[in-house]
Design a protein around this ligand. Structure first.
Ligand code: SF4
Ligand code: SF4
Length: 711
């Protein structure tokens, strides 16, 4: 995996009387162990990728408590794990990235929430919303509402997050419903401390196994006719039980303030931002005391009608700070107030935007506008407005001081094995013209940025081949579907390959076999060379495809641009009907470099020979055409001024970060560009042969020098 947490996870052993210090995700893991969890699992994805990494690194600690860990092949399999809590008093937690992961898990979630649970079932979702998000912008709230899964959104500080985990299990058991706990990116990475408790083993676990299954109970199945009963149970029993628990345990918070004819209802996860905004307006202090009363929803679904009424009664207006669309909470509060015949004005979307992250600037404008509109008694709203305008006026000055920043679109790592495949597609397209590209989720989606600008649609993880199904039959040229090995195992093998073969389809599938789910931090997957415990992986994409019935199949080293270009042209032009699969094989360079650098450092320490390959461009030969840059897109390949006074164009050059993958040379060769590229080997701790060879070369160069001069 990308980052090791081996050192940090030792804090998971802390017990009562000790203080835990660390990151939000580690705090979640500690809270799971303090809660007596029996099983954990999940599928990686930002912003909770490292929760799974932490769980893997803490496997020994969890093993001492008998906790089972499953690194699932997708979110659906993680959600299905929670079935263990339907019949048994087993607490379990799973994790994934939302909204996309929740979409994948949706079927299992519906079938889990219908019969409900007796053991606490917690789903920790990384709510990837707002600036920096890597997926479509939708909220997980809709899933909570439609499936009657309660949704916790704790304040982003460690004590609140830990309490949410612990109370989440209790809430789940008290109401017999699964609970989701959403963490935005900042909550995952926030650092702080909390008073630790002792870890405790689950009621049953790997150390204390259940004797056997319970008596057959049809009511535990999500199957008609009991599904009709289960629907009623959700509304008539589980929801009231959940609301009672939330109220009794004070999961939501009330912060009193002297401006009590108005108030703010905030999602727990946004509370720190709201308090910071009030503090900038001199209406709150750094310790969370506020002049504006706040109702903090650490549980955003279900709302507790009594609490809503109590907070809003006697107030002329409340502002609902609810990020994203639709405005579920704002609508629900409006309905509740109308039912109670309370005339409090509910303001939300309007001063605050309908869509997008509620950054500090957005909140500053929105809260200032709300105060101007609501005009709370005892507050000089004009002074507040002037203060907000003064703060906002600092922004243009700050921008001017920093100057225009260059755009930095994400791109492949230096030496990435996936980049050459897109160079090959570009070269193939030179001859056969543009083709439809069904792109997918993964590092290869960086090809949608310059210089490749390749990709016509992205429909989800592992969905590329399926999303080309209706394109191919309607287009003169075959489409190319691009899928990573992570996407292949996530669901591409079924939704794409099996479906294509079943329908006797056509088209070209390019599988990027780099050995890891790289974009999420290099976690292992079924075809990785080793499992998480270091034992051999054992599953093989090529064998899997052949066993399914793929006849046209080639495995090509991804850096072999000429061979890849030729194979692509063959696949695209073939008169043979049927799916054509090309496996582009090359280890993720980031993972490789991490491994190789550590190995080289060890060799150097022992005084052993280490060779590093570098590529370079001969200034005198480079014509300044820069096709190599346009075709490879390598960030180590750039330009510098020409030393030749007769040539004004800058020449290509290779900078220090080059990892010697050879792509630039391959592209120059495959595209018949120019012979400017050379390969060099930097040898450290040279042996006798290296020294003799070097001496010989120097001698020959010495001979050639005078001859050249003579000529
Ligand atoms: S992480 Fe690996 S696969 Fe992803 S861009 Fe970097 S080198 Fe390529
Ligand atoms: S400069 Fe060439 S050899 Fe070096 S990393 Fe980039 S493509 Fe690979």
């Amino acid at each position: 995996m990308e980052r090791s947490f081996k050192k940090e996870v030792q804090a998971l052993r802390l017990g009562r009387g000790e203080t835990f210090r660390g990151e939000g995700i580690l705090a979640v893991t500690k809270a799971l162990l303090q809660s007596g969890v029996s099983y954990v699992g999940g599928y990686q994805g930002a912003p909770v990728s490292h929760l799974l990494d932490v769980l893997v690194d803490a496997e020994d600690i969890m093993g001492d408590l008998g906790v089972h860990l499953e690194t699932c092949t997708n979110e659906a399999s993680a959600a299905a794990m929670l079935a263990a809590s339907i019949n048994y008093p087993l607490r379990g937690a799973v994790t994934w990235k939302s909204i996309v992961g929740t979409n994948v898990a949706a079927d299992a979630l519906s079938n889990l929430s219908s019969p409900g649970v007796i053991g606490g079932a917690l789903i920790i979702i990384g709510e990837d919303y707002g600036e920096g998000a890597s997926v479509i912008q939708e909220r997980s709230y809709a899933y909570a509402m439609k499936s009657s899964i309660w949704l916790l959104d704790p304040r982003p500080d460690l004590p609140s997050i830990v309490r949410a985990v612990e109370k989440g299990f209790e809430l789940s058991e008290a109401s017999h419903a699964p609970v989701m706990l959403e963490l935005r990116i900042r909550a995952c990475h926030v650092t702080g401390e909390f008073a630790a408790k002792d870890n405790r083993p689950g009621a049953y676990s790997g150390l204390n196994r259940l004797a056997g299954p319970p008596r057959f109970d049809y009511g535990k199945l999500s199957h008609p006719p009991v599904t009709f009963v289960q629907e009623r149970l959700k509304i008539e029993e589980r929801m009231p039980a959940a609301r009672k628990f939330i109220r009794d345990e004070k999961l939501n918070e009330f912060i009193a303030g002297d401006l009590d004819d108005i108030g703010i209802v905030a999602m727990g996860g946004l509370t720190n931002s709201v308090l910071r905004t009030l503090s900038r307006l001199e209406l709150a202090d750094l310790f969370g005391q506020s002049r504006v009363p706040l109702y903090v929803l650490n549980c955003v679904y279900p709302l507790v009608p009594e609490e809503v009424r109590e907070f809003c009664a006697e107030k002329r207006a409340v502002l609902v700070v609810e990020e994203g669309h639709p405005d579920y909470i704002e609508q629900a509060i409006n309905v509740e107030l109308r039912r109670a015949d309370l005339q409090t004005r509910v303001i939300g979307k309007g001063p605050l935007p309908q869509a997008g992250e509620y950054t500090s600037e957005v909140l500053l404008k929105g809260i200032a506008a709300f105060l101007s509109e609501a005009k709370p008694r005892g507050l000089d709203v004009e002074a507040i407005d002037a203060r907000a305008r003064a703060i906002l006026a600092q922004e243009p000055a700050a921008i001017a001081a920093v100057g225009e920043l260059p755009p930095r679109p994400p791109t492949f790592c230096t030496g990435c094995p996936e980049r050459p495949v897109f160079s090959a597609i570009k070269l193939a397209e030179r001859e056969i013209g543009p083709v439809h590209i069904s792109a997918d989720i993964g590092c290869h989606s960086f090809a949608s940025f310059a210089p490749f600008s390749l990709g016509n649609s992205i429909l989800g993880y592992g969905m590329s081949l399926a999303s080309a199904a209706a394109v191919g039959p309607n287009m003169k040229k075959r489409p190319i579907a691009i899928m990573g090995d992570g996407g292949f195992w996530h669901n591409g093998v079924i939704t794409g390959v099996a479906s294509n073969l079943f329908n006797k389809g056509d088209g070209v599938l390019l599988v990027m076999q780099n050995g890891y789910t790289s974009a999420t931090g290099q976690q292992f997957m079924p075809s990785s060379l080793s499992n998480r415990d270091g034992t051999p992986g054992g599953m093989d994409i090529e064998k899997t495809l052949r066993s399914l019935g793929v006849k046209w199949l080639r495995t090509i080293r991804s850096y072999s641009v000429a061979t890849m270009t030729k194979t692509l042209k063959e696949a695209l032009n073939s008169t043979q009907h049927g799916l054509k699969v090309i496996i582009a094989d090359g280890e993720c360079q980031l993972a490789r470099q991490r491994r190789v650098r550590a190995e080289d450092a060890e060799k150097l320490k022992r005084g052993r020979r280490v060779v590093r390959t570098r590529f370079g461009v001969d200034d005198e030969i480079c014509t300044g055409d820069h096709s190599c840059i346009r075709l490879s897109g390598c960030p180590s390949l750039t330009v510098k001024p020409s030393l030749d006074p007769l040539r004004t164009d800058p020449v290509a050059t290779v900078i220090e970060s080059c990892v010697g993958c050879g792509l630039c040379g391959e592209v120059a060769h495959a595209a018949v560009l120019c012979p400017s590229f050379y390969r060099a080997e930097v040898v450290r701790n040279a042996n006798a042969w290296d020294r003799a060879l070097h001496a010989f070369r120097q001698t020959v160069i010495g001979w050639l020098g005078p001859r050249e001069a003579r000529a």
